[in-house]
Design a protein around this ligand. Structure first.
Ligand SMILES: Cc1ncc(C[n+]2csc(CCOP(=O)(O)OP(=O)(O)O)c2C)c(N)n1
Ligand code: SF4
Length: 260
């Protein structure tokens, strides 16, 4: 398993940077090769490009997503296992002018907090949900998640996931698209296509700002620490295993024919 970065070493590296860089840089707490920071960078850039920083309320879930709680210079809140969705829904109802963003993992979103996603889709809540699919419960040591691929070895499926016992992986965006009504924007991106990922996130934010309906973006991501993979194997897993099981693209776009 890859060692986590030592915070002291990162802080000393930042302190040795030229002063002009330092103002722009903040040490993060994710492992090397993790996909979360790529997703969060795309989200941060989208917020800046849309000039909505003062309107955003950012919610992050339990799991490695919570490591982003102090990333952005926006109002933020941290909750547990999928509860980020109803918390942001409540915020949006109290302050309709806010742009509410709920960020979570696949364990939190599709397992323990699945009912909240289903209810948000049913109500077509005007919020933006971004869900990191890394096929495991990462923060707690790599247990099987709803998105674990068939035959994938995890801490709780050392011989590989047997879908005869567990059922197949959850197809989150397809499920959400089947439930949500007109006006919902639903897509699946990947950390391997950054421009497309940012485009999907921008569209998800704009859809909320235009008051059309729920916006939901799942992102295929990496967890080399729990997968036990090197850099090449990590990228290969996302590209050749995950993207084949979870098709990338826009699934439901307001005003357009549904893709699935
Ligand atoms: C109700 C509840 N059950 C279990 C836990 C323990 N727990 C903390 S993080 C986590 C895994 C989160 O996995 P995921 O949502 O996939 O996010 P990731 O860490 O993979 O980004 C679990 C089970 C908890 N905090 N709360
Ligand atoms: S455990 Fe996995 S998901 Fe969590 S920070 Fe490390 S690489 Fe990222």
């Amino acid at each position: 398993m890859t060692a986590r970065r030592e915070p002291e070493r990162i802080i000393s590296a930042v302190e040795n940077m030229p002063r002009s860089w330092r103002r722009e840089t903040k040490p993060h707490k994710f492992c090397p090769g993790c996909g979360h920071p790529i997703i969060l960078k795309a989200l941060g850039e989208a917020i800046d490009e849309l000039a909505i920083r003062d309107r955003v309320v950012y919610g992050c879930d339990i799991g490695c997503s919570l490591l982003s709680w102090d990333f952005f210079n926006v109002d933020s809140i941290q909750t547990h296992h999928g509860r980020t969705t109803p918390v942001i829904v409540g915020l949006k109802r109290a302050r309709p002018e806010a742009v509410g963003i709920a960020y979570m993992g696949d364990g939190g979103g599709y397992a323990i907090g699945a009912q909240h996603l289903v209810n948000a889709a049913t109500r077509n809540d005007r919020i933006t949900i971004i869900l990191c699919n890394n096929t495991v419960y990462a923060m707690t040591g790599g247990q099987m998640a709803p998105t674990t691929l068939p035959d994938q070895a995890t801490e709780t499926t050392p011989l590989g996931r047997d879908i005869n016992l567990t059922g197949p992986p959850t197809m989150g965006p397809e499920m959400m698209a089947a439930i949500a009504g007109a006006g919902a924007y639903i897509a699946r991106g990947t950390i391997l296509n950054y421009p497309q990922l940012k485009k999907f996130i921008r569209r998800a934010l704009l859809n909320q700002m235009e008051g059309r309906g729920l916006s939901f973006v799942e992102v295929l991501s990496s967890c080399p620490t729990n997968w036990g993979t090197n850099a090449r194997e990590t990228l290969d897993y996302v590209k050749n295993k995950m993207a084949k099981a979870f098709p990338v693209g826009e699934i439901k776009v307001p005003g357009e024919k549904e893709v699935h």
